[in-house]
Design a protein around this ligand. Structure first.
Ligand code: G3I
Ligand code: 9MR
Ligand code: ZN
Length: 540
């Protein structure tokens, strides 16, 4: 009997992992049975914990001692069982690969051939030049890069977060990226992760103007219909005005790229660094540091941001880490002397955490001991606070009830990244265990028993707000896409209709119309890639 009250990670567990089953509103005994229905483990459900985010009364069963590889189900007498899931060293390899392959499916400006895209193949899209919003006579190349999300816009600050997560994942866990992903570049000598990110960087370079400024985005003026394939989206492409946040995050990611591509393509690394230098000049000469606002005739995503000091901080910290030049160190010191921005966030708007991380990863001989210690203490204090929160949460995750906002799965994964980094900075397995719990939640160990990734799990995401998946006539959505997840603010009518009055963690609907709970984006996937990489490495 299937049930919606017994929840596990639907992708299973690695033998050494903590393994918890969460049962809503049912104490007593639980059993784990193998694929031949033989009972291999019996335990007692502990608790309950009242889960504020979902309203659930959660009982927890611990079967961590079951370490033999195999296929299992968890059974609770009277209410039913889960589907089969594996315990395997390789439990997360496939989903890790799919989370990366997603970026190939988002590629703009090239044909996706059946050889690599299977049934999700489609013709090349958005090849036209874009018009510069303020200069209607100026048309510039705009093609390439990844579509941002369920729409076909391409936005610089969103790209920067996605690129940063992916490059950090590669830096932390290179061995997790040894396998081919199945992209056109798979047979060349560059690791697939770096080839995929280069596709985006090449486009970002097109967003840079002669004077070093960077366009905020290139999009049509309005969103096309939900049933429009990318190659049928023929609205004019418009470069929205440059923004301080676009330039700052551009500098930061180009400086990162200069480091990461150094060993595989030194010429490209140099190109990225000189692009970063050029935009850095613009940044430091800029007096208008306000965030971006859509021009009145542009209705696509705004990615606005009223706090811009963190973008300067991130840019300076990456430039310092890459070049060792004191000029950048000075800017970092200044930014931190009395910071009026959050220094630990890893978002597309709040990017201070990337700046702090860049500094913490600087050559030890290059850092100011005082600053280093302040940042390290802050990083670890936040990590301890996250672990504390998870201990109180019914599903053992780090989100607070107020964290269920648009893109809550990104917060869930960002907090996991924070913990994984904390373990790197100060070895303590409680951090990585807590990060893994967040990953378990993403893949089914949650109140809705929803796997928030398409193509995977017993209850996969089926109807994401993703134009190609809606328009292509294929039954299954593009695989490996991470949904935004529960959003208590219910910011679209499908979500309002489906989930009004529900507690935060239940404010989700797997409906193609629900862009505020069920869209997908490059920077939600990228944060999940960092986490999946940490679980597919021999080097945690
Ligand atoms: O952070 C605040 C929080 O302090 C506040 O308490 C809470 C209550 O409303 O809201 C939080 O802000 C939310 C913000 O996201 C957090 O990042 C806003 O409500 C919410 O409207 C905002 O949503 C953004 C959305 O665009 C609408 O602007 C998403 O973050 C952002 O990911 C999304 O991005 C869109 C692009 O514009 C277009 N392409 C698709 C993409 C994904 O949906
Ligand atoms: O599809 C759009 C999605 O990518 C955005 O995140 C979202 C919010 O900006 O808007 C979606 O487009 C909707 C538009 O805002 C209102 N009309 C319906 C559109 C969805 O089909
Ligand atoms: Zn396109």
């Amino acid at each position: 009997m299937a049930t919606d009250r017994i929840h596990v990670n639907q992708m299973g567990y690695r033998p050494q992992d903590t393994k918890h089953v969460f049962v809503n509103d049912q104490p007593g005994e639980f059993q784990v049975v193998d694929s031949k229905d033989r009972v291999v483990f019996t335990g007692i459900l502990e608790g309950p914990t009242k889960d504020d985010a979902s309203g659930d009364t959660v009982y927890r069963g611990d079967f961590s001692n079951l370490v033999n590889e195999g296929e299992y189900r968890v059974l609770v007498t009277g209410i039913g069982s889960t589907a089969l899931f594996p315990i395997s060293k390789f439990a997360y390899q496939d989903i890790h690969r799919a989370l990366q392959k997603f970026f190939y499916y988002q590629r703009c400006g090239m044909e996706l051939t059946p050889e690599f895209a299977g049934e999700w193949a489609h013709k090349a899209c958005h090849l036209a030049h874009g018009v510069v919003h303020e200069e209607p006579d100026v048309h510039l190349p705009s093609s390439g890069g990844w579509h941002d999300a369920g729409d076909y816009g391409k936005y610089t600050v969103a790209a920067a977060k996605a690129v940063a997560d992916m490059l950090l994942a590669y830096e932390f866990f290179p061995d997790a990226f040894a396998d081919e992903v199945g992209i056109p570049e798979s047979k060349d000598s560059m690791p697939d992760l770096l080839s995929e990110v280069k596709y985006e960087l090449d486009w970002m370079l097109k967003m840079q103007r002669e004077d070093g400024s960077v366009f905020h985005k290139v999009t049509t003026r309005t969103f096309p219909g939900l049933d429009v394939m990318p190659e049928e989206d023929h609205g004019d492409l418009v470069f929205s005005p440059v923004s301080f946040t676009a330039v700052g995050t551009f500098v930061a990611t180009m400086a990162m790229a200069a480091r990461l591509y150094q060993s595989v393509d030194p010429e490209y690394a140099r190109l990225c660094l000189s692009a970063a230098e050029k935009s850095w000049k613009w940044l430091t000469n800029m007096t208008d540091v306000r965030g971006f606002h859509n021009p009145p005739d542009i209705k696509t995503g705004e990615y606005g941001d009223s706090v811009t000091a963190d973008e300067l901080y991130w840019a300076a910290a990456e430039m310092y880490r890459t070049t060792g030049d004191e000029r950048f160190h000075e800017t970092v010191k200044q930014a931190l002397s009395n910071p009026n921005f959050p220094i630990l966030e890893l978002g597309w708007a709040d990017v201070g955490g990337y700046g702090s991380l860049a500094y913490l990863l600087c050559d030890q001989s290059a850092v100011d001991r005082g600053i280093y210690k302040t940042l390290l203490d802050a990083w670890l204090a936040r990590a301890d606070e996250l672990v504390d929160r998870a201990q109180k949460d019914g599903y053992e995750i780090t989100l607070l009830p107020q964290d269920y906002i648009w893109g809550s799965t990104m917060l869930l994964m960002n907090q996991a990244i924070h913990l994984i980094v904390a373990n790197r900075l100060s070895k303590n397995e409680k951090y990585t265990r807590s990060a893994t719990n967040n990953f378990n939640y993403l893949l089914g160990a949650n109140p809705l028993g929803q796997c928030y990734v398409s193509g995977f799990g017993e209850k996969p995401l089926m109807n994401p707000h993703h134009r190609p998946s809606v328009a292509d006539g294929v039954d299954m959505p593009v695989p490996g896409m991470v949904s935004g997840g529960p959003n208590a603010n219910l910011q679209d009518s499908a979500a309002k209709q489906a989930a009004s009055g529900q507690p935060p963690a239940r404010c989700f609907v797997d409906d193609k119309e629900s862009y505020s709970t069920n869209e997908i984006t490059i920077y939600w996937n990228s944060s999940a890639v960092f986490v999946s990489a940490s679980l597919c490495t021999n080097n945690g």
